[in-house]
Design a binder for this molecule. Structure first.
Ligand code: SF4
Length: 367
């Protein structure tokens, strides 16, 4: 079994008719339910549900307090390298883009780690472009060994791996995995992933499940909003999370909702996802899977992130730089995309406290 079988069930579903037949009464009944099924979730993603976002927000706030309290985990990404063997139409690191390429030495990793750890953060997300030859598992393992001295939780966002390879990284000190499908629609996936190993849709789609099997503690998934119809993509993302959670009860599942940001390159075929749309997706996901985490990155503006917090956010990045060596070096590389919220870790922490939330720097320790 694979999530692919689930994807196929809904691939040719008549979403337009379903949405057309969704009434206001359906939405209100759905909001009042204790447990939502897949079609309830889809109803909350319909255009009709847009009129009921306030009621959805109130329920989302209640569920979020019930499952997570008023605490938000803070973390920051560290780019180890930006070499990539893929040609993705929407990303600056695309192998054909003429950008400054860089890879941190282990000494540089240590300097970055020291600088980040001065902010008090204990959770780190390490990223590379997707080049298995330039940044092999052995290199990532070496970096993790250095980072373990400074951080309690190490999450990876790298090229998809085999189950044994994930296990290898877990033994080195990694505990979490983030991997985005980017776009669930298989035809669009093929179109935007022009060349390179990432063209293999199934290998990527099954990566979160291989992560679950390898005993990752926590797995983050998501789609890149803007590549296709957000209602269908959000539905598939939620189904994917539900599939994983139902099969792997011991894994903590979270969703990220990245919207496409300005980048080097000229991909134009975008599907607009406005702020209201993003709020709807987040609320629908929260009502469908109240116990799943929700991560809102610095792609979003400071004020928008602030407003989303009571609606169910559980994780925020802070002090973010999307350049290799961005936390310590003056001669950094090209960035993957432009960020929007440029606040430091302490600024984000203070603003959370002002809202009555507790910024969490550490909620995990390796024994
Ligand atoms: S999205 Fe990932 S795989 Fe695609 S070009 Fe960018 S870094 Fe490479």
């Amino acid at each position: 079994m694979s999530f692919y079988n689930e994807y196929l069930k809904y691939k040719d579903f008549d979403f337009d008719s379903f949405f057309k037949n969704t009434t206001d009464e359906d939405i209100l009944n759905t909001i009042n339910k204790d447990k939502l099924d897949k079609f309830d979730f889809l109803r909350l993603l319909s255009p009709t549900a847009e009129k009921h976002l306030e009621q959805m927000a109130a329920k989302s706030n209640k569920l979020s307090l019930q499952h997570f309290g008023k605490s938000i985990i803070l973390y920051t990404p560290m780019y180890l390298a930006n070499h990539c063997s893929n040609k993705c139409a929407y990303c600056s690191f695309n192998v054909e883009n003429d950008i400054d390429r860089k890879q941190l030495t282990l000494e540089e990793v240590e300097i970055e780690a020291k600088n980040i750890s001065k902010t008090g953060l204990k959770h780190i997300l390490i990223l590379t472009g997707e080049s298995k030859s330039k940044t092999p598992i052995s290199y990532i393992k070496d970096c993790v060994k250095v980072l373990k001295k400074y951080f309690d939780s190490i999450c990876i966002e790298i090229y998809p791996l085999e189950e044994d390879e994930y296990k290898e990284l877990i033994s080195a000190g990694v505990d979490s995995l983030t991997i985005y499908q980017e776009v669930y629609n298989e035809d669009i996936y093929d179109k935007v992933h022009i060349a390179g190993p990432k063209k293999n849709y199934r290998f990527r789609l099954d990566a979160p499940e291989r992560g679950c099997k390898s005993k990752m503690r926590s797995i983050g998934i998501g789609c890149l909003l803007g590549l296709y119809d957000f209602r269908i993509e959000a539905f598939m993302t939620g189904l994917h999370g539900y599939y994983l959670q139902s099969k792997y009860l011991d894994v903590s599942i979270s969703f990220s909702l990245p919207r496409i940001r300005p980048h080097v390159g000229s991909f134009m075929d975008l599907h607009d996802v406005n702020d209201k749309n993003l709020v709807q997706i987040m609320l629908a996901l929260k009502l469908f899977m109240p116990y799943a985490g929700i991560n809102i990155s610095t792609r979003e503006s400071e004020s928008f992130r602030e407003n989303l917090i009571p609606l169910g956010v559980t994780k925020l990045s802070a002090g973010v730089c999307t350049e290799v060596g961005g936390h310590s070096q003056s001669n950094k590389s090209s960035s993957q995309f432009e960020i929007s919220d440029t606040r430091s870790v302490s600024e984000v922490a203070i603003s959370l406290e002002r809202k009555g939330y507790q910024p969490i720097f550490k909620d995990w320790v390796h024994i």
